[in-house]
Design a protein around this ligand. Structure first.
Ligand SMILES: Cc1cc2nc3c(=O)[nH]c(=O)nc-3n(C[C@H](O)[C@H](O)[C@H](O)COP(=O)(O)OP(=O)(O)OC[C@H]3O[C@@H](n4cnc5c(N)ncnc54)[C@H](O)[C@@H]3O)c2cc1C
Ligand SMILES: NC(=O)c1ccc[n+]([C@@H]2O[C@H](COP(=O)([O-])OP(=O)(O)OC[C@H]3O[C@@H](n4cnc5c(N)ncnc54)[C@H](OP(=O)(O)O)[C@@H]3O)[C@@H](O)[C@H]2O)c1
Length: 541
């Protein structure tokens, strides 16, 4: 199901106040935060809000003044794009644009989904291709919706001469648009030899930066592309590596300025201008989102160039046609109270083969191999929307985090250790094989020994004949889980959004029905109520 939505921000300003809907929402959040009402979470920082305020005349009637009721039934990352668009039918353009986004509120674009769409509609953000999890489908939908505002910006990808120019005035506040330079310290493999996985414990030194964080937050970082892939692209392109582009070289821009996967529609559009006949038709079809050769899903930038051999685009036009290289987010796996000036991450390396070529996840292989210890790393902290320890340290917590989903729970446990929190802690961890994939095994054993980790429940999916997952373990101990819930426990889920998070929620509903003596509908409502109360929180991706 969906990532838990932040609790509604109290409405402190009267409706008659002379602000647009966007300004009112921001101000309500700002005042609520200041007064300590609600959770005070605002999508924009005060500086960003001020910039927004400065840019829009207070009494202006604009595309945001549409009396929309604000309800966003599509705001659920488990709903697929066509269904989200259906749910947004008949709603103002900004709402439909929001529905086109991946609903993760992950901030990789620099905003949350709602702010990104509002800024596009008010023409303060021209780039329609910033939603990393939504990918090409979101970019295409935004482009088609943009037609209602006029023609879509011709070159939405316009590549910066230097990476990512700040969209807001540079301040000492570290954000995606004003990242800090930290120091990459180390990577340690978390799987033992023989594992099918390659997962790394990463340590980063934050000393000398203005970065601060709280457990539950995510860490954003700017990766670079693999040099061998960049060189293959340059060879296929036939352009000189030192071709000048905006004061930098072609190779430099390919290393840190643009995404090399997947090939964007604009690249195919460019090829359609440069070829003729059947090849032109093919390029046009690909640019329109069609799949003439049944291979569109496999076309990264290199494969796209190779699909049109002999075509020589101008390197500058080529670069302009690509998407910007976006930062990636990782759940923070440490507590600043234990590791002052440091942050730890748990990163699964993405590698897969298409044909003969191995494809690399850009950021995970950057962290898992390319970046050298003691070198700088551009980064920032993405504040959690509604994912954090309970305010009362005595509240019991149940943490469900298979695979890399364990990351924030290591941070929670460290924090509870540092603050000597009295609350009981129950961790569900699972992975492929107990012999190879038991992340932080010694640490958790130590935490159990000192009584910090009250209970550790494990699920190894590939140890036996049958798959066995965390939710299977949860069902086995359902009676105890229900008892913890009746004691006021908060439940946390982290990791895979597509399957695991939904299955875990289903298991919890079944447990509530069975052990709480409720009908299925009542159990669904019970879990819904837990979410509303902030007692069921998710950090899923
Ligand atoms: C809030 C948040 C927290 C996160 N926390 C963590 C974390 O703690 N640890 C962690 O490891 N990740 C985490 N992620 C995911 C992380 O941000 C990246 O998405 C992940 O590391 C992959 O990024 P990448 O740049 O390496 O891969 P990319 O270059 O983005 O490539 C990934 C893409 O490759 C394609 N792909 C992947 N596998 C295959 C395959 N087998 N076949 C075909 N195509 C494939 C898919 O299109 C996929 O989207 C988190 C994400 C969010 C939003
Ligand atoms: N955006 C990206 O490209 C990217 C990159 C990295 C990770 N992720 C996401 O993050 C998740 C975490 O990756 P990870 O490497 O840490 O671990 P993972 O692949 O999620 O695997 C962790 C454990 O979860 C099990 N599992 C599979 N399906 C499940 C289900 N429906 N319910 C419960 N458990 C299930 C796996 O079992 P089996 O594998 O044996 O079935 C494995 O034992 C990935 O699943 C992926 O969705 C995304």
């Amino acid at each position: 199901m969906s990532q838990t939505l932040p609790p509604p921000i109290p409405q402190l300003l009267p409706d008659s106040a002379p602000f647009t809907a966007e300004q009112r929402a921001w101000l309500n959040g700002f005042f609520a935060g200041y007064l300590g009402l609600g959770d005070g979470v605002t999508a924009l920082s005060p500086e960003e809000g001020a910039a927004l305020m400065a840019g829009v005349p207070a009494a202006a009637k604009g595309p945001l003044d549409d009396d929309d009721d604000g309800d966003a039934p599509w705001h659920d990352q488990a709903i697929v794009l066509p269904e989200r668009m259906k749910l947004a039918e008949g709603r103002p353009l900004r709402r439909r644009m929001m529905a086109a986004m991946a609903q993760q509120d992950c901030g990789q674009c620099g905003y949350n989904c709602e702010d990104y769409s509002n800024l596009i509609v008010t023409k303060k953000e021209e780039r329609l291709n910033l939603c990393v999890p939504g990918g090409k489908d979101t970019a295409r939908m935004l482009k088609s919706l943009y037609e209602e505002l006029g023609k879509a910006p011709e070159r939405p990808a316009a590549v910066p001469a230097t990476p990512e120019p700040p969209a807001l005035p540079a301040t000492t506040v570290i954000t995606r648009n004003n990242p800090a330079s930290a120091t990459f310290l180390s990577r340690t493999r978390l799987n033992r030899p023989g594992s099918e996985k390659e997962t790394w414990h990463i340590e980063i030194d934050l000393n000398g930066t203005a970065i601060g964080y709280t457990v539950g937050d995510s860490f954003g970082l700017f990766p670079t592309n693999e040099p061998a892939l960049v060189d293959a692209v340059i060879r296929a392109l036939g352009g000189p590596p030192d071709f000048p582009i905006g004061g930098r070289t072609l190779r430099e821009v390919l290393i840190d300025g643009v995404s090399l996967a997947p090939a964007p529609d604009m690249l195919f559009q460019l090829y359609s201008y440069l070829t003729g006949g059947a090849r032109r038709q093919k390029a046009k079809a690909l640019a329109a989102g069609e799949d003439p050769d049944d291979d569109a899903a496999t076309l990264d930038v290199l494969a796209a160039i190779e699909k049109f051999p002999g075509v020589r685009p101008d390197p500058e036009a080529f670069i302009e046609s690509l998407d910007p290289l976006q930062p990636r987010l990782y759940s923070i796996a440490s507590s600043p109270k234990v590791h002052a000036g440091r942050v730890a991450l748990t990163v699964d390396t993405v590698r897969y083969k298409i044909g003969k070529r191995e494809r690399l996840g850009v950021a995970s292989t950057f962290l898992g191999g390319r970046i050298k210890p003691n070198t700088p790393l551009r980064c920032y902290v993405q504040k959690a929307h509604a994912f954090g320890l309970p305010a009362d340290p005595a509240t019991p917590i149940i943490m469900i985090g298979p695979g890399t989903g364990v990351a924030p729970f290591r941070a929670f446990l460290h924090e509870r250790m540092a603050t000597k929190a009295k609350g009981r802690n129950w961790l569900f961890f699972g992975h492929q094989r107990s012999a190879f994939d038991f992340f932080y095994e010694d640490e958790f054993a130590g935490m159990k020994a000192i009584g910090l980790l009250t209970r550790l429940s494990l699920a190894w999916s590939r140890d036996g004949e049958q798959k066995f997952y965390v939710q299977d373990r949860m069902r086995e101990v359902g009676r105890d889980l229900w008892a913890w819930l009746t004691d006021g426990a908060h439940v946390y889920v982290c990791g895979d959004a597509k399957r695991m998070a939904k299955d875990v929620e289903r298991a919890l509903v079944d447990i509530v029905a069975q052990h709480g003596a409720r009908t299925q509908d009542q159990a669904v409502a019970f879990v819904g109520e837990l979410k509303k109360q902030g007692r069921y929180q998710q950090d899923v991706y």
